[in-house]
Design a protein around this ligand. Sequence first.
Ligand code: B12
Ligand code: SF4
Length: 562
Amino acid sequence: MTDKDFVPLTELTDNPKPVAGPPSLNLKTVKPLGPFPRLNEKKIAFVVQPSMFRAYTGTRINAAIQVYPIQAFLWLSAWLKKLGFERVVFDMGVREIQNARCWIKFIQFLVKEKPKFICCTVTTPIYYEAKLIGIIAKQILGPEVVVVHGGVHATALYKESLTDSMCDVVVLGEGELTLGEICQGRPYKDIRGIAYREDDCRYMTITAHEILSRLAKGEEAYFVQRDAVVSLNPYVQTSLPRPLMTTRQLDDLPFQDLDLYDSRRYHNPRVIVKSHPFIQFETSRGCPFACDFCSAEDEYRVLSPDRVIEEMKYYRDRGIREIRITDDQFLTDVRRGEIIAEKMLSAGLRFDINLGNGVRADRCTKKFLELFKRAGLYQAGAGFESGDQDTLDSMRKSLNMEKSLSVMELFRETGIEVVGFFIFGAEKETLASMQKTIDFAKALLPDYAKVTIYTPFPDTQAYARWKRRGLIVSERWDHYNIHKAAGVYRHPNPELTPAVLMEWYGKFYQDFYSNPAYIERQLIKSIRDGSIVWKIPTALRTFFPGFFQTSPMDNVRANYLG
Ligand code: B12
Ligand code: SF4
């Protein structure tokens, strides 16, 4: 084979490879010859990338590192269980990563379990690790293993998964029914909602052994995976789209599979979770709003309130004490929220409840908050986003700042902790508007405030717009992180360089948390309710993230040590 036999990847995918220059093609290809183990056709392995929970280590929200059983897997697994499949999970996110130990354990896991299907959920920053997982699986288990990608990033960039990695099939959007059909062996052409390769002209250029030894030396996954798969004349096929599930279909889904994970590994700091064991629960899918930085699907569909209550009863019977509601926008239908709370109260269901994923500040009503408080709501995230109306409008947030102030009052009256979310760097952002956001946060005075850097993820309107304007300068996906401005774009306002954004990011945390009015209020409150014990370490980690660095393993250890 010569260089000419290879078509550069940049011509095959919609998203050219990042970094300077085209990839240098490595002609040494790896052809695993076997013998390979006999695979268990009825076994599905869900695999979590090592960096899943590491995006926040060393950032200002270092104190709030969170580890979860991946909810997508719990839903998918429940469906596969119903169809009679065996399911196993290997979560590298809650394992030691030093010396590539988690990867060695992963290989041992593959050899022991011999699953026919390997499933990864692909969000943008961890695509490269999903790629390494596929390469290793193909080399250890052989070409018959089926590597499946799903999740928002893979759905948007399915060609990348299919031409640049060893992924065999991408599930586009909602996964339960589609994955079920894949595992049941239906021909791909007859399965709705997938993208797959018609040909098999893909070559690996790196051995599993090399991957492990380079990772063990501390090399980043990005560099290890570069040019690790080359595709010859890829023939990518998409099937007919699968209609989104209706309420009736969602109601018919089995409850999340609580047997998949060892829940003891998933322990979170108090600022994230109050009572363990806990579960994440998405009671609706999609969101009708259209904020330009967000990856939420636009069609909003719900589980019926009765179905939500039935699942909650199941959680209660399994000893779950806290629910983190992770709907894209739980308050799209406030009345539905109120009905759920009423039904919880009449069924005697009480959990600690955290609306951690955030609700639109303008959708909260007093009735909703009071009812949910009685059902156990103790904390809610609220997207205030900006103290400048032009900036808010430029991210299509359609929020009114006056309304935000009155809603904050409501939260205070009902005694619900609020985590206020803010963003720096939307299209119309200026230095003055960032100052206004800091002032606004200080006026709102939520219990915690979190600012993030506006980041156009590849499946968002923001990305499409900035890409068209030539403002996206890097598609190195592991640099897409809302807490680290890594220069993936050139901001339309030339003043807002990555360094300036990071400076203001630091300033936001400094100014908000050292505000005397905030300190006074929090001191009184935390001495009264005893929370001072955990709030002081939280504050130290926020102010000195480099010094008090937290990793997901601290969470795991916290639990094992009791
Ligand atoms: C909990 C959560 C986290 C958790 C856990 C991550 C996880 N994947 O579960 C943590 C805290 C780690 C996290 C971190 C981040 N997150 Co987050 N997170 C969420 C949140 C709130 C809930 C996820 C969830 O449980 N959904 C419920 C399940 C059922 O839905 P689902 O994941 O979409 O899965 C369904 C389908 O997509 C599909 N599917 C998904 N995976 C797979 C895999 C296979 C094999 C198959 C067949 C199907 C399939 O089937 C599922 C069932 O139908 C979502 C918002 C949301 N409501 O989804 C954001 C979301 C996933 N996060 C987002 C972002 C931006 C991030 C960060 C990148 C932020 C940052 N620091 O920059 C980080 C980085 C994480 C990482 N390392 O990649 C974006 C994703 C953008 C993107 N292009 O990647 C989302 C969509 C928020 C948004 N609306 O914009 N997050
Ligand atoms: S940020 Fe919230 S309100 Fe806006 S589109 Fe996303 S989920 Fe909907």
